[in-house]
Design a protein around this ligand. Structure first.
Ligand code: FAD
Length: 346
């Protein structure tokens, strides 16, 4: 991608970051960083090796005004086949510190790039209960803080005490949980141009053996009900109020439906599997088809849980990871499609 085809400022940003000794790649394939194994190139891709590097680079990126996408383990993402015309910052290398708090033995301080399972194991080994639900959720602490990830009746918002966040124009800010507006799979982090650096999790004392056996039970349950080991991005749609998206989809008879290299899992109707050569376009087409049939049968509009990364319009001129821009949001895109039609035709 040449500078004149891409977001203004990418070339100068690349040069400035490299001048600061920061290792920025060009045209790096995002499929390598998503659990779906789908996604085109990031114009710029940066995997900072330390918190210090993160804090050196972020102000420069903000100053350049280039779209920024904070990437965890890519386990909740559908990345466009055309990729992302901005800079992707992966947290997995540089934000990996995890320890019991020095000031409070019932709290964990964990970097945003720490895998959730690693945080859950640390809690178990430290005799701290409350994070067992997280053992079976793929992804990082930063991703969970953004998505309010949850399972087995618990969610991240119940254990987080505060986040350390990089806020453009303000620098590093402590955000107490009350200010994070957590709801079901939603948080203020999704709506603000913030980068989560670290989380402080408040847990309770517990027996390591009892904690371990709960974690084992959760992992076993997951293996039975989800296509573990296949290329997917978890639940594609959120549970609508009072319903279970997977049950609606199953009742609509979509299991096994296919578009190109993508099909609906036989094990769980809310999971789409990449057979190996699926494109983002295949997945979107399949999502639209199954969403339509659920609307036709139950008059319920499913809203995607998976996050879209890449251009929001057909000709690819607009970009962004923050799904808040009026008229260009992943959710709105889908909702607008139905505007004015009380019952879409099949
Ligand atoms: C097999 C499978 C099962 C799953 N089961 C569950 C489940 O039971 N419950 C559940 O809630 N989810 C589930 N998921 C979805 C996913 O694991 C979670 O949403 C997870 O929290 C995403 O974390 P991540 O690090 O992969 O984030 P990514 O997918 O990389 O990113 C998700 C969002 O978080 C943002 N983000 C990530 N890190 C940061 C940061 N440091 N600062 C700012 N923003 C950031 C990204 O910009 C993006 O908007 C599942 C996924 C798979 C593949």
């Amino acid at each position: 991608m040449s500078d004149d085809q891409s977001v203004h400022g990418l070339g100068p940003l690349r040069d400035e970051l490299r001048r600061l000794g920061l290792d920025v790649k060009e045209g790096h394939l995002l499929a390598r960083h998503t659990s779906f194994k789908i996604g085109g190139p990031a114009a710029l891709f940066w995997e900072p090796p330390s918190l210090a590097a993160v804090l050196t680079g972020l102000p420069v990126i903000v100053q350049a005004g280039v779209p920024l996408f904070a990437l965890g383990l890519g386990s909740n993402l559908l990345v466009s086949d055309r990729g992302f015309d901005g800079i992707v910052m992966a947290t997995g290398r540089g934000l990996r510190q995890a320890a019991v708090s020095e000031t409070d033995g019932h709290a964990l301080q964990v970097g945003a790039g720490v895998p959730l399972a690693k945080a859950a194991n640390l809690a178990q080994q430290s005799g701290l209960a409350g994070l067992e639900f997280a053992i079976s959720i793929p992804g990082t602490v930063g991703g969970a803080a953004t998505m309010n990830a949850g399972a087995h009746g618990s969610s991240f918002s119940e254990v987080v005490e505060e986040l350390l966040v990089f806020v453009p124009g303000r620098g590093v800010v402590r955000m107490p949980v009350e200010s994070l507006q957590y709801r079901y799979r939603k948080s203020r982090v999704q709506e603000e141009p913030w980068v989560v650096l670290e989380a402080r999790l408040r847990l309770a004392p517990g027996s390591p053996d009892a904690i371990r056996s709960r974690m084992q039970e959760y992992m076993a349950r997951r293996k039975k009900t989800q296509p573990v080991g296949e290329k997917n991005a978890g639940s594609m749609f959120k549970n609508p109020n009072g319903h279970h998206a997977g049950h609606l989809l199953e009742a609509a008879g979509v299991k096994g439906w296919r578009e190109g290299g993508a099909h609906i899992s036989d094990l769980h109707a809310n999971f789409i599997i990449n057979d190996g050569d699926a494109t983002a376009a295949d997945v979107v087409a399949l999502m639209r088809r199954v969403r339509q049939v659920v609307f036709d049968q139950f008059h319920i509009r499913l809203v995607p849980e998976v996050r879209w990364v890449g251009p929001h319009d057909e000709d690819g001129t607009r970009n962004g990871n923050r799904n808040e821009e009026e008229g260009s949001t992943w959710d709105n895109l889908w909702l607008r499609e139905d505007a004015g039609s009380s019952a879409p035709s099949a």
